[in-house]
Design a protein around this ligand. Structure first.
Ligand SMILES: *[C@@H]1O[C@H](CO)[C@@H](O)[C@H](O)[C@H]1NC(C)=O
Ligand SMILES: *[C@@H]1O[C@H](CO)[C@@H](O)[C@H](O)[C@H]1NC(C)=O
Ligand SMILES: *[C@@H]1O[C@H](CO)[C@@H](O)[C@H](O)[C@H]1NC(C)=O
Length: 341
């Protein structure tokens, strides 16, 4: 009885501790955090961080890039990378000259904040890359995105056929041409149909790709030696699609929006960085240790090639630490903000 009471209070203390630590580390001077989401997501993806920051008295602006979140533009109206970034650039331009913000980018949002660092270095006290692409002066943005990621996949030594589902990647269809999920899945279904009948493949699906590979398993069971769900939605005959979602998945799958696939040329032209500007802004990197999208080795490669002032790691974090490890991310962000104010 006594023991179980003690254990209960211990658990309560452990639950409260991260909060207490985070709260203690907050200085009198409040910060202004500007948060930039990954593609297809929006300001909403930071909702837990926004709540934590507001309740600690910080000013926080979560940006919706063009055609993202509640931004009124549609994907096809945003064919250039510069248009996509314009909400962030306009926001930075609108800041009073004396004001400095803490700029935070997630995943591909790392490119967005790099562009802002190059354009408004004097308005940024520190830029924080959260499991993000971090282009540098020597690390070519194009190479970062494509060459290295493809090499990482190839290095596993398997015959990897990476497919672009309808209107994604370099698939030639545009988003408005694929109103039905079956159209979206058709490149995978056609590929499966084209395989010789004796050939079996290992099918790997990530996130919503879990639905795509489930459809292929139902249609071509004899051509699949094993199906691997990587952090993916896994519907089944008993559990229907709806019940496998957790709350954050439910939120995310309701709010994701299609994005235009920007050409390599376009992105590379936009991300031109200089030592004098980008290089003058202090940088921190937050590693998500269990990220299945930007693998830890890949995050470390970027850190090695383009060393930031500070590196933190969130152990056990997947690709979405703002959803899965909000307290740890919040604590790191406020500590970094205090150190580089
Ligand atoms: C947050 O910062 C913006 C931009 O400087 C400013 O307009 C706004 O008043 C600030 N909000 C708070 C609550 O301080
Ligand atoms: C950047 O990468 C692209 C693609 O790999 C390559 O064609 C280009 O020459 C590279 N640029 C520099 C400056 O390294
Ligand atoms: C990989 O698999 C595809 C589809 O079966 C096949 O066409 C290709 O030749 C294979 N590549 C290698 C290197 O085995």
């Amino acid at each position: 009885m006594e023991k179980s009471k003690f254990l209960t209070s211990l658990v309560v203390v452990m639950l409260v501790l991260p909060y207490a630590n985070a709260t203690l580390s907050i200085p009198k001077a409040k910060k202004h955090f500007v948060l930039v989401h990954r593609p297809c997501h929006g300001a909403w993806s930071w909702y837990k961080i926004v709540a934590l920051m507001r309740s600690s008295g910080h000013n926080v602006t979560a940006i919706d890039l063009a055609a993202s979140g509640i931004n009124p533009m549609q994907a096809l109206e945003v064919p250039h990378f510069s248009d996509y970034l314009s909400p962030l650039m306009e926001f930075m331009a609108s800041l009073p000259a004396h004001e400095k913000v803490v700029l935070v980018g997630h995943e591909f949002g790392g490119f967005a904040i790099s562009k802002a660092m190059e354009s408004f270095p004097e308005k940024i006290s520190v830029a924080v890359f959260v499991t993000a692409l971090m282009p540098g002066l020597t690390l070519n943005a194009t190479a970062t995105l494509y060459t290295e990621i493809v090499a990482l996949i190839r290095s596993s030594g398997h015959n990897v056929t990476s497919l672009d589902l309808g209107a994604s990647g370099i698939n030639k269809k545009q988003v408005l041409e694929i109103p039905y999920l079956s159209d979206y899945f058709s490149p995978l279904m056609e590929f499966m149909a084209s395989l010789p009948s004796y050939e079996k493949v290992t099918l790997v699906g990530q996130s919503l790709g879990g639905f795509a590979i489930s459809k292929a398993m139902e249609s071509f069971p004899e051509k699949i030696s094993v199906a691997i769900f990587v952090n993916a939605l896994m519907p089944g005959p008993i559990l229907d699609a709806a019940t496998v979602f957790n709350e954050d998945w439910a939120l995310a799958t309701t709010l994701v929006r299609p994005i235009y696939f920007f050409s390599l040329n376009d992105v590379s032209k936009e991300i031109v960085l200089s030592n004098k500007k980008y290089g003058s802004v202090r940088r921190a990197y937050i590693v998500a240790a269990e990220d299945k999208v930007l693998k830890k080795e890949f995050q470390q490669l970027m850190i090695e090639k383009n060393p930031p002032d500070e590196v933190k790691e969130i152990s056990g974090s997947d690709h979405m630490p703002m959803m899965s490890k909000p307290l740890q991310l919040f604590t790191h962000l406020t500590r970094i903000a205090n150190k580089y104010s």
